[in-house]
Design a protein around this ligand. Structure first.
Ligand code: SF4
Ligand code: SF4
Length: 683
């Protein structure tokens, strides 16, 4: 149950709480903590893996054959979740190739292999003076550039932890070092307590923590004494001693010990306003900020019953394990086991060239008698000891079953990822079941599946983005085509309009020319009229001239037709008037003057008609002559004269016949009119 008090109120109580489970294995720390930290001699060859932290790897910035200086960066640090690696010595890059990794899987990792030279020259260091005046971003960037990642756990980049999601009240320095055999932090705290406290002050400054607590197990009295001395004049930094119990150095367990608070499942310390760093990391922070030194070395415990001189050494990163064992006077047993890390959480290495990395705290070469290897696995007897030992309050027995069955859903349901792989369950298991190995394998499988899912999701997103891009490009192309089509249509419209204008201009010009030709034709026509009807013109005009003539004739015809229409209307009126006249003559008295006038008018009309018909007949004869004689295609618009003599009420196919009949009728009408006029005159 969580406390009702605030975090700072909890801390002020100066109380040490407890956590569930835990074990008390034989410590065996006195093997290696009896002497100060030694300096390991320079090795002949160093293997520097480019990835020694959790996160990504940036570019390698050296090449094979390059001479490098000590502390020179070998990789860049532009990515967020990355920290660079630096050359631990001066020498020459002889290879950049996969090499056995300092990992339980021993999977080869890309490694920069450097042969040391004799001079051992360092690159210039970049210390930050007056760090108290520097802002958080500047200090954090320096930590990143100096290659700092957690030195007591999984290797989380230190600069990332400096930007927690919530305000931080408490900074905890972890100096518990609860695992048997290991004393690297113990000796560091004993001999470099001042530097560790300087590092703690810098970290506290960066995360704005109100309080800093250094947690140490009660089996390290010298370290406790040294740190209390180093912090006695510093407000807000306190040393707290916790009882020796494994795994009290676990992050969640130490928080519970010091504050009574539990980090929720799936949560992180920052959720409670807490940031935790290892004391080794605090030392590296001091060197990075105050001395400007990148992380190229660390304290490593070389211990075990098969070593002549177990001790702690300053080992440069990349040093082969064999060189450490040789330095400590290793006398291997038959089937000697070499463990990187402690007996609880470490892993066996099979290749002695496996290098020291940022998280390597111990090389253990135990005797088989003191630390027997894991026995053959037997069936679970459901004793429940594993559950009792688990500090994370998990059910190791059930997790083992689900791991064997690869039931990932059940493993998640039973909070596999809350397991800190402390090995307490396996330590107490009477059936010698390698429980932690099952959990590690299952975690790796689940992570791989999740990675595959992420990759698939990324691929899906990329595919969809590509489809969207192709669709966008298609739409752009279509829009362009549409715009081009509209442009062409407008251009065509303009062109048509221009053509129309040109055509109109041509028509006007033609009409004008035609007018002048008409005048000429008129004169020609007059000339032709004066000559005999069967005589030919003196000269024959070209087709154009013929057209003009035909057009002139057509116009004349039209003019004449209009006239005839009018006259025909008058004749019709006369015809209608005749019966009335007759009726009037027989039945009613009519004015003699009026009758005489009408008779005169009718006679005049009749004469005019006759004259016109005669003129028309003459004109038809003249018009027909050029067509029959020239044997040329008939000009467009011209027709035989006789056919375009429209008569009111006549049908086209009867035109010729009706015209003659009409003439006859008109002559009769004229004669009648004359007779009427004569009669009227006599009356
Ligand atoms: S301690 Fe071993 S034998 Fe006992 S329940 Fe757990 S797994 Fe089974
Ligand atoms: S290894 Fe995991 S399951 Fe086993 S005791 Fe530790 S935390 Fe519990």
């Amino acid at each position: 149950m969580q406390s009702e008090l605030s975090l700072l109120e909890q801390i002020k109580l100066e109380k040490i709480w407890d956590f569930p489970g835990g074990i008390h294995p034989s410590e065996k720390k006195d093997l290696s903590n009896q002497a100060p930290i030694a300096n390991l001699p320079v090795s002949k060859r160093y293997y520097v893996p480019v990835k020694q932290h959790i996160g990504s790897v940036d570019d390698i910035i050296v090449s094979i054959g390059d001479s490098v200086l000590e502390n020179q960066p070998l990789t860049s640090s532009n990515l967020t979740m990355t920290v660079p690696v630096h050359s631990p010595i001066s020498g020459k890059v002889i290879a950049i190739a996969p090499h056995v990794s300092a990992h339980p899987s021993a999977q080869p990792e890309l490694t920069i292999i450097i042969d040391a030279d004799i001079e051992q020259v360092s690159a210039p260091l970049t210390p930050m003076t007056n760090w108290q005046d520097k802002d958080k971003v500047e200090l954090t960037e320096q930590l990143k550039v100096m290659g700092l990642s957690g030195m007591g756990g999984a290797g989380f980049p230190t600069h990332i932890k400096m930007f927690p999601s919530k305000p931080i009240d408490l900074l905890i320095l972890n100096g518990v070092e609860c695992e048997p055999y290991i004393t690297s932090d113990d000796t560091l705290m004993r001999y470099f307590s001042k530097e560790i406290v300087q590092g703690a002050e810098i970290l506290q400054h960066i995360v704005s923590a109100k309080v800093c607590i250094i947690g140490i197990e009660d089996n390290k009295p010298d370290a406790i004494k040294a740190l209390k001395a180093a912090t006695k004049d510093i407000a807000n930094i306190d040393v707290r001693v916790v009882p020796t119990k494994y795994p009290s150095g676990g992050e969640k367990q130490l928080i519970q010990l010091l504050t009574g608070l539990q980090v929720p499942s799936g949560g992180i310390p920052a959720d409670l306003g807490i940031v935790m760093q290892n004391v080794g990391t605090a030392f590296a922070v001091k060197e990075a900020i105050i001395d400007g030194k990148p992380l190229t070395k660390r304290v490593v415990t070389i211990t075990g019953e098969t070593l002549k001189s177990p001790q702690n050494v300053w080992a440069k990163l990349g040093t082969p394990t064999q060189d450490l064992l040789d330095f400590a006077g290793h006398t291997p047993e038959k089937q000697q086991r070499i463990i990187m890390g402690g007996p609880m959480m470490g892993f066996s290495i099979l290749d002695a060239s496996t290098p020291v990395v940022k998280t390597t705290n111990c090389i253990l070469a135990p005797s088989a008698k003191k630390l027997p290897p894991q026995g053959d696995e037997q069936a679970c007897i459901r004793c429940g000891l594993c559950a009792d030992a688990c500090p994370a309050e998990l059910l190791p027995q059930q997790l083992q079953w689900f791991s064997k069955a690869k039931d990932h859903d059940k493993l998640s349901e039973y909070n596999l990822f809350d397991c800190i792989e402390c090995g307490a369950c396996a330590y107490v298991c009477p059936s010698q079941i390698p429980l932690v190995q099952y959990y590690r394998t299952s975690k790796a499988e689940i992570r791989e599946i999740e990675q595959e899912k992420i990759k698939s999701e990324k691929a899906r997103v990329r595919f969809e983005q590509r489809q969207e891009r192709l669709e966008r490009e298609k739409q752009v192309r279509l829009a362009k085509h549409k715009a081009s089509a509209e442009k062409r249509a407008k251009a065509l419209e303009k062109d048509t309009s221009a053509k129309d204008k040109i055509a109109a201009a041509l028509a006007r010009a033609k009409a004008k020319k035609q007018a002048s030709t008409d005048e000429s034709n008129d004169s020609v026509s007059k000339s032709n009229t004066t000559t005999s009807s069967d005589s030919m013109p003196a000269t024959k005009p070209a087709n154009a001239a013929k057209d003009k003539v035909a057009e002139a004739i057509a116009r004349a015809k039209a003019k004449k037709a209009a006239k005839e229409q009018q006259e025909s209307a008058e004749i019709q009126a006369d015809k209608k008037a005749q019966p009335v006249e007759a009726k009037t003559t027989s039945a009613e008295p009519v004015s003699t003057a009026e009758q005489e006038r009408k008779a005169k008018v009718a006679a005049a009309i009749a004469r005019a008609k006759q004259k016109r018909e005669e003129a028309k007949a003459a004109s038809q004869e003249k018009t027909a002559e050029p067509e029959t004689k020239t044997n040329e295609p008939q000009a467009k618009g011209s027709e035989p004269q006789v056919k375009i003599e429209p008569k009111i009420g006549s049908e086209p196919e009867e035109e010729t016949q009706l015209t003659a009949e009409q003439i006859r009728k008109q002559k009769v009408a004229a004669a009648i009119a004359k007779a009427k006029a004569k009669k009227a005159k006599s009356e």
